[in-house]
Design a protein around this ligand. Sequence first.
Ligand SMILES: Nc1ncnc2c1ncn2[C@@H]1O[C@H](COP(=O)(O)OP(=O)(O)OP(=O)(O)O)[C@@H](O)[C@H]1O
Ligand SMILES: [Mg+2]
Length: 270
Amino acid sequence: MTTSEAIQVRGLEKSYKTLRVLRGVDFAVARGGIFALLGSNGAGKTTVVKILSTLLKADAGTATVNGSDVATQAADVRESISLTGQFAAVDEILSGRENLVLVARLRHLKDPGRIADDLLERFALTDAAARKVATYSGGMRRRLDIAMSLIGNPPVVFLDEPTTGLDPQARIEVWQAVRELAEHGTTVLLTTQYLDEAEHLADRIAILHEGRIIVNGTLDELKRLLPPAEVRYVEKQPTLEDVFLALVGGGKDGDAGDDRTTAPASEDRR
Ligand SMILES: Nc1ncnc2c1ncn2[C@@H]1O[C@H](COP(=O)(O)OP(=O)(O)OP(=O)(O)O)[C@@H](O)[C@H]1O
Ligand SMILES: [Mg+2]
């Protein structure tokens, strides 16, 4: 069992002085999965990510990442992860390509230019490769930031609120980048306050509330926690997001908002 899990967290506790933020957090993330940790402001999501990425020590409990213990094998953990924080950590003066080449050089990888070009292509930044990052939009920076964190192919990637502050179109672009990661076999743990982000992206969703994981499951499992949907006939009004995306032409590959606007099926008439 344990070897199939990229992240394993048991009984994690953390307080800041008298503030008990984590009160026994348990969850596991399968290899190659996208796991969303949901919670309100201050729920402790960043605290969990910091503990898993060895930036912070837990008060109690254990956590392993890629088979290594975050407390006793921190160096091994650091070698197998990347962390993308909420604010893009890219150099404004350099071009997108130069940023990537720089990181590949710092990691002593062979052929930094080729690594940069591959990532630019993967994250749809080839056309902007030679431009200074200062001229990039928020979504482009975020994509570049995620691309930079992938240099060296870490098997586990932490994304702390990857789309906070982005417009709907840029969010969809980042979602595509995250899906791309999982398709390459990378395990992704992301935190978000956006329910629709978790709904669109994650294989499993956990809700952190008052220091504990109160639910953890697939979207279908979470939906089954509520009574079955009532069948009602309503006129479907487009959401503001539908209007925005229709007007600005978001969701180029058509997989955003695919099936969430349909009214309940009309078969069921008991
Ligand atoms: N270094 C610190 N010292 C004291 N309190 C802290 C520290 N870091 C976080 N906290 C507090 O711990 C709680 C959890 O913070 P954390 O940043 O983990 O929440 P979060 O779920 O990431 O919130 P957000 O959605 O706003 O990013 C908050 O009440 C926060 O104020
Ligand atoms: Mg946070």
